[in-house]
Write a protein of this length. Structure first.
Length: 340
């Protein structure tokens, strides 16, 4: 995965509830293996854990060019480990993960129940600690809530645990201002305040709401008001409890909307209307679920996760230029959330 060469402080907004969580990643990036090793970052989906790990990796790569840095998802580690066993290349796998100066592993909770992988990760972890290499891990919950055995859990707790909480109102507003600046979106202050006040628990959804409002303004050339933002984001702000959102639901709604079967969306066929439908479904799945890029790729026939990243970035950019794409994304999101 390509990473953006910035530090945690350059790419993050910190407020009262997040300042403590963001300080250790900055320290670790600036002086790897000198303080807080391992660093264990945990918190709910959409709060920026992956962002922090990637920012650390990039900062070290740029500022310590001699350092060997490896960032992976837990799924990548698992898949490469299985492949090494099947191909008889275990030594190559060990070198890949032990001959590094900084190892960052995202979503380690997915190792639960995979005993052989956990055993290999345990020895990798020990080797890196004993040779004074930096380890950074992320999870959706604290180590004592994952269900790992004591020897691994105790090692995770030897360094520093940092909990990322949903941002406070002031922080959410600062995130929106920074996102609007980066996207060069001219959104009135009262509209940003309205979005920040109504979307509270997930930074990914918060930023997605801003993208939708900004795209609508760009397409219609209408001034964005609070009333218009309320209309555009109606499916996010509705009082009715939304139905449970699953990958299968998104696939079925996308198939119905675009006139394809679920199997065609998951297939390798590359006809243009089908590719567009598939990319929109990937974008919506990323926006409305907690699935990682690799997990979304698996829902679409086992593609490489970089295909999903490309689709999400492409559709996100097209929404502000192409009214048809904007309407298709909005219609699918509304159908998934409300059954329209």
């Amino acid at each position: 995965m390509e990473l953006t060469p910035r530090s945690p402080s350059e790419t993050s907004v910190t407020g009262g509830s997040t300042r403590f969580a963001h300080a250790p990643p900055q320290w670790v990036a600036e002086i790897p293996a000198r303080r807080w090793n391992p660093l264990f970052i945990y918190g709910g989906a959409g709060l920026g854990k992956t962002h922090l790990l990637q920012a650390i990796a990039n900062y070290v790569t740029v500022n310590y060019p001699a350092y060997r840095v490896r960032y992976v998802t837990s799924e990548t580690f698992l898949n490469e480990f299985i492949e090494s066993m099947q191909s008889g290349s275990r030594e190559g796998f060990k070198r890949r993960y032990r001959d590094v100066d900084v190892l960052l592993v995202d979503d380690v909770q997915f190792f639960r129940g995979k005993q052989e992988t956990l055993e290999e990760f345990f020895h990798t972890f020990n080797h890196l600690q004993q040779t004074n290499r930096q380890i950074v891990l992320s999870s959706d919950r604290a180590p004592d809530q994952i269900g790992f055995e004591d020897r691994l859990r105790s090692r995770f707790q030897q360094g520093l645990l940092t909990d990322i909480q949903p941002p406070e109102l002031e922080t959410r507003l600062a995130i929106l201002h920074k996102k609007a600046e980066l996207e060069q979106a001219r959104i009135p202050a009262d509209v940003l305040e309205f979005i920040a006040a109504n979307i509270k628990d997930n930074i990914r959804v918060l930023e997605g709401a801003l993208i939708r409002v900004s795209a609508f303004a760009s397409l219609t050339h209408e001034p964005i008001t609070v009333d218009r933002a309320m209309e555009v984001l109606g499916d996010l702000l509705g009082e009715n409890q939304p139905r449970p959102i699953t990958p299968q639901l998104i696939l079925e709604e996308a198939a119905r909307q675009f006139g394809f079967s679920v199997e065609e969306l998951q297939s390798k066929h590359r006809q243009r209307p089908l590719v567009t439908a598939r990319q929109i479904a990937m974008y919506v799945m990323r926006e409305l679920t907690e699935l990682s890029y690799p997990n979304i790729a698996r829902e679409f026939g086992g593609r490489d996760h970089t295909t999903v990243i490309h689709a999400v970035e492409k559709i996100g950019a097209q929404m502000s230029r192409d009214r048809q794409i904007y309407d298709q994304v909005t219609r699918l999101m509304r159908a998934v959330r409300q059954g329209d």
